[in-house]
Design a protein around this ligand. Structure first.
Ligand code: FAD
Length: 291
């Protein structure tokens, strides 16, 4: 199906992007990779007066690891993240996530920041960046602000972003050397959205769990932080019992719906199993960093 008619703008600065969005008061949308926006328009689930294409704006395609944080620009594609040595080595959770998003065609165009702005509860980046304690830097008519990833999505495809705001980058704090991460995703076939997925990141301090993040995909109205599981692990020795208890708590935090990908009970069980498995992998990697 063809999308409904829209105007198209191709600004070359972020100021022009913000101005174009502001002038059209909610009837304009930014396009980054177009891998979610265009299908939504073609399926006529939504329409938009103007598409403001971000792709002509210079300086948004960098992955920079400096001054204690990782910065991923608004035009960094999933494929670029997948190939980035910084992500595969120092931010292992994010490197693993990148290669599991969609299929190679979508990964070549779709962006990390676009995924966060799209706020699909089945989006992989949302959970990974929850676990990694990411935040986004947003520009709008009122200036610049920083939003923790967990405060972006408020429901399926609904966000706290204002109509004149554009995400310019996502930032992730450097987790330090004794850190391990894992992203485990159950998909019916390669390229599918998650039946359920779990992202974890663990940092060890003196042999005990220090910082820990656990994000769940496809089992709620947004990506879900498994807070009780994180709280139970923080400060604990990484024993089998502690890991099992955290995995149970993560499964309790999941609120999946039964659908064509599986029953709610099945998805909750996947969360429990993947959380336990992911924690073991992450803790082993963190312990290797301690030696
Ligand atoms: P776009 O399509 O350009 O935009 C999506 C939305 O975000 C629009 O509302 C747009 O206005 C807004 N937006 C985009 N960038 C910004 C910005 N910088 N600031 C403010 N708003 C912005 N995703 C997964 O996570 N896992 C999957 O397994 C998966 N499978 C897929 C399979 C298929 C066949 C397809 C077509 C998509 C799949 N996706 C999956 C979605 C894909 O990852 C998209 O790339 C992603 O959701 C959106 O990124 P984008 O850059 O393409 O955004």
């Amino acid at each position: 199906m063809y999308p409904p008619r829209f105007d198209y703008l191709a600004p070359t600065t972020i100021e022009e992007v913000v101005e174009a969005l502001g002038e059209r008061a909610g009837d304009a949308k930014v396009m980054a990779g177009g891998q979610s926006l265009i299908p939504v328009l073609k399926l006529r689930i939504a329409s938009v007066g103007t598409i403001v294409d971000l792709n002509g704006v210079a300086g948004l395609d960098g992955i920079v690891d400096a001054d204690g944080e990782l910065r991923i620009g608004a035009l960094v594609r999933h494929a670029q993240a997948e190939r980035s040595p910084v992500l595969t080595k120092r931010y292992g959770l994010l490197g693993e996530t990148a290669r599991l998003v969609a299929d190679p065609l979508v990964r070549n165009r779709g962006t990390v920041c676009g995924s966060l702005a799209h706020a699909d509860p089945q989006g992989d980046w949302g959970s990974a960046l929850l676990a990694a304690r990411g935040s986004v830097v947003v520009r709008g008519s009122g200036g610049e602000r920083t939003i923790p990833v967990e405060e972006i999505a408020i429901g399926p495809f609904m966000t706290t972003l204002q109509p004149d705001e554009v995400i310019v980058e996502v930032r992730v704090p450097d987790p330090g050397p004794r850190t391990g991460g894992s992203y485990l995703k159950l998909e019916r076939k390669v390229g599918d959205f998650a039946t359920a997925a779990v992202g974890v990141q663990v940092t060890l301090e003196n042999g005990h769990v220090g910082q820990v993040g656990i994000g769940l995909t496809g089992v709620g109205a947004t990506n879900v932080r498994a807070s009780a599981a994180e709280d139970a692990l923080r400060g604990a020795a990484p024993t089998d019992d502690a890991i099992r208890e955290a995995a149970e708590l993560a499964a309790s935090a999941a609120e999946p719906q039964s659908d064509h990908r599986g029953s709610a009970d099945y998805k909750r069980n996947v969360v429990r199993v993947f959380c336990e498995r992911g924690l073991r992998t992450a803790i082993s990697a963190a312990q290797a960093g301690e030696e």
